[in-house]
Design a protein around this ligand. Structure first.
Ligand SMILES: [Zn+2]
Length: 421
């Protein structure tokens, strides 16, 4: 445990991890894997661009949770150097880029096509779907407190092109692998200051437990079943069952917030605004799963066109907390923030923006203009949460059919209709 890390030194961690991996590979390549293994794929080397893009984007500080996989699959990590690297997920969800070279010897049935590969792979597809759900649609939020790492980084194929996993190797070869890979895993646990290891499959769970015992790591080790279709238990809705386990292990709070739940709360505030003759937009600022600010449009009452729901929440926070708190705040707002509010939320660097229906007239998250496109570090934005409910409230307001609105308020609504959030 001699390795020192500095949480602020975001550059170093990914570099040190890559160095550790390279050192491990040098040693693993000296092993004689026996007659069963005809092809050795070394994706961390021939796909080093994509692999390093993965480390740079997603391994830039301490991680409480390490998802531990076993080894590269032919249509996953062997294609691009990313654990569970189903190419479609790597491109679309992880948004990784880079050119990929070829392994030194390639089996004709398992060609490496890099990010151009369009073949889906069940394990990777399932795993990154889980990450997508846990991150509330955002890879950044999934990786905020978590990282995904494969225990054994080489791809091994027999003469028929079949993938050979470490447990299928002879006992003495397995032992050599375990000595080397345990050591590197131990180093990575220290570097990332991991608290919980999620073993994906029994092999990974066993190695994690062994390393924690042998190297005296205080990590907790939990198990999720491997998403591979080879594993019959995983073919019965792996995603729901695994999500359930993450909640049962009390890990959900490391990821995203319950956006559906909070959106319903925000909609209640939008309904209240409607009753008060305001454009029905409700907003909540959530930190550590608690509401720290509530706002609804207050434009008509104050005759101030900037009194949008989001601005009211921002003021509440600034009145009681330091601006640093915004980094931990999830913004829940029933309508896509307008360009003014979206700009303010980006400048304050909130954690994420979750909205209900689009704002076709003033939307600053893509409908009219995408504020994120002019920011160096864009805030993750997810829309469409209970969109119909939010839209119906707006329609009710603009049609003036709200039976609860007092007559005088209904009369004033049209002239203020431009102040939609
Ligand atoms: Zn606004």
């Amino acid at each position: 445990m001699s390795m020192r890390t500095d949480a602020n030194d975001t550059y170093a961690i990914n570099k040190v991890i890559f160095q550790k991996e390279t050192e491990l590979l040098d040693k693993l390549l000296e092993i004689d894997y026996g007659p069963k293994v005809d092809y050795i794929y070394n994706p961390i080397v021939y796909a080093s661009q994509v692999h390093n893009d993965y480390l740079t984007k997603y391994c830039n500080g301490p991680k409480d949770i390490l998802f531990l996989g076993m080894n590269p699959g032919p249509w996953g990590m062997m294609q691009n150097g990313v654990p569970f690297g189903e190419c479609i997920s790597v491109r679309d969800f992880l948004q990784l880029t880079g050119t990929v070279d070829k392994p030194s010897r390639e089996h004709p049935s398992k060609p490496v096509l890099g990010l151009a590969c369009n073949r889906s792979e069940v394990s990777g597809k399932r795993f990154w779907e889980l990450a997508n759900v846990l991150g509330g649609g955002s890879a950044e939020l999934f990786f905020k407190n978590a990282f995904v790492y494969n225990y054994f980084p080489l791809g091994l194929l027999n003469s028929n092109g079949k993938n050979i996993t470490p447990p299928e190797l002879k006992a003495d070869v397995q032992k050599k692998i375990e000595q080397l890979c345990d050591e590197t895993l131990s180093d990575i646990l220290c570097l990332l200051q991991v608290k919980i290891i999620v073993g994906i499959g029994r092999f990974a769970e066993k190695r994690a437990k062994n390393v924690c015992t042998e190297k005296q790591h205080a990590c907790k080790v939990v198990f999720i079943s491997h998403p591979s279709p080879r594993n019959p238990a995983s073919n019965r809705d792996w995603l729901s069952a695994t999500k359930r386990l993450i909640i049962d292990y009390n890990l959900a709070h490391y990821f995203s917030i319950d956006k559906e739940y909070w959106m319903k709360e925000a909609l209640a505030h939008a309904e209240q605004a409607l009753k008060e003759g305001e454009v029905p937009v409700g907003c909540l600022f959530i930190k550590d799963n608690k509401i720290i600010a509530v706002g609804s449009n207050d434009v008509n009452r104050t005759r101030n066109a900037t009194r949008h729901a989001e601005m009211i929440c921002i003021d509440t926070v600034l009145n009681s907390e330091s601006a640093e708190v915004f980094a931990d705040i999830s913004v829940i707002v029933t309508v896509e923030p307008c360009i003014m509010c979206a700009s303010a939320l980006h400048d304050l660097r909130v954690r994420q923006i979750l909205y209900g229906c689009p704002n076709d007239r003033f939307g600053g998250c893509g409908s009219v203009f995408d504020v994120a496109s002019v920011h160096k570090r864009p805030v993750p934005v997810i829309g469409g949460i209970h969109s119909d409910h939010a839209m119906n409230l707006l329609k009710t307001f603009y049609k003036g059919v709200n039976p609860n609105a007092p007559p005088n308020k209904v009369k004033t609504k049209n002239k203020d209709s431009s102040h939609s959030s």
